[in-house]
Design a protein around this ligand. Structure first.
Ligand SMILES: Nc1ncnc2c1ncn2[C@@H]1O[C@H](COP(=O)(O)OP(=O)(O)OP(=O)(O)O)[C@@H](O)[C@H]1O
Length: 274
């Protein structure tokens, strides 16, 4: 496959092999105009693990996220979620799988309905999946405002924001709302696509700390996508590096500064403040 990496990069923690939640096998995507956005990409993501995905603009990070979210279809390869072929599911099976994979985008303003009060926004996924009963909502599953208040509390927002609309919140508060909404179905996998890039520097660290805490509290797995290697290093158990659609390096986060890193990874760490 050209990168020298095994088709599926397994994850060992403390000597034990962890169960893969997500397996990406030889994934390729070419857009019209012969843009090879992803070429033969393979990796695994374990239960409870955060895998950072780093690469410069145009390296294919968002394309990979879109494939996992089924917003795009691959030309080749497979995406397995808990062993099920996510790339090939249709209808009810796809809807069922989708509840396990949620996303936070760079710009919370674009992902929140400007006219909807915050409480409705936060519980919207629960309305779409009436059969899902997250453990943290037990006893209040049909008390809508109460569920919204519990979810907002998980992201550090009080009940005073329940009846506001997104324009009445700060950028950081809006991203917290987007995170609360993404938690509502108790997903197994959260795809974080540049979740702090649109925020003030002072707020970025707060959101990263929040995401880190939630991952442990909810035992979620994260695919944490960013061009900011410092944020990726802070968040991730392992880091994968994409260059022009190809995975060139996968390693434990603590090995970021080792001299055996791929030259492209080293170039990346040299030009960004850590
Ligand atoms: N819908 C599309 N049609 C054609 N080409 C596309 C499309 N979406 C992405 N591309 C191209 O695919 C390549 C990978 O894009 P992608 O958005 O995945 O990169 P990225 O690493 O997320 O970049 P950024 O950090 O700037 O968001 C780029 O060359 C881009 O121009």
């Amino acid at each position: 496959m050209g990168t020298g990496l095994p088709v599926t990069t397994r994850i060992a923690k403390g000597g034990t092999l962890l169960t893969p939640l997500l397996e990406i096998n030889r994934l390729s995507k070419c857009y019209p105009g012969r843009v090879n956005a992803l070429v033969d990409v393979s990796f695994s993501l374990a239960e409870g693990e955060c895998l950072g995905l780093v690469g410069e603009s145009g390296s294919g990070k968002s394309t990979l996220a879109k494939l996992i979210l089924r917003l795009e279809t691959p030309d080749q390869g497979e995406i397995l979620l808990d062993g099920a072929p996510l790339h090939a599911l249709r209808g009810r099976a796809l809807k069922n799988a989708r509840k396990h994979v949620q996303v936070i985008f760079q710009d919370p303003t674009a992902s929140l309905n400007p006219r909807l009060p915050i409480w409705k926004t936060v519980i919207e996924p629960l309305e779409n999946y009436p059969d899902v009963s997250p453990s943290f909502l037990s006893g209040i599953r049909h008390a809508k405002r109460q569920m919204a208040a519990v979810l907002l509390d998980k992201v550090g927002l009080g009940p005073d924001v329940l009846d506001r609309v997104p324009a009445q919140l700060s950028g950081g508060q809006r991203q917290r709302v987007a995170i609360a909404r993404s938690l509502s179905l108790q997903p197994k996998l959260l795809v974080c696509d540049e979740p702090t890039s649109s925020l003030d520097v002072s707020v970025q660290a707060q959101i990263l700390n929040l995401l880190k805490g939630l991952k442990n509290d909810f035992n979620m797995s994260y695919l944490f996508i960013s061009h900011d290697i410092a944020a990726v290093h802070f968040m991730s158990d392992r880091i994968a590096v994409l260059k022009k659609g190809r995975l060139v390096d996968v390693f434990a986060s603590g090995q970021l500064f080792e001299t055996r890193r791929h030259p492209y990874t080293r170039q990346f760490t040299n030009c960004q403040p850590m």
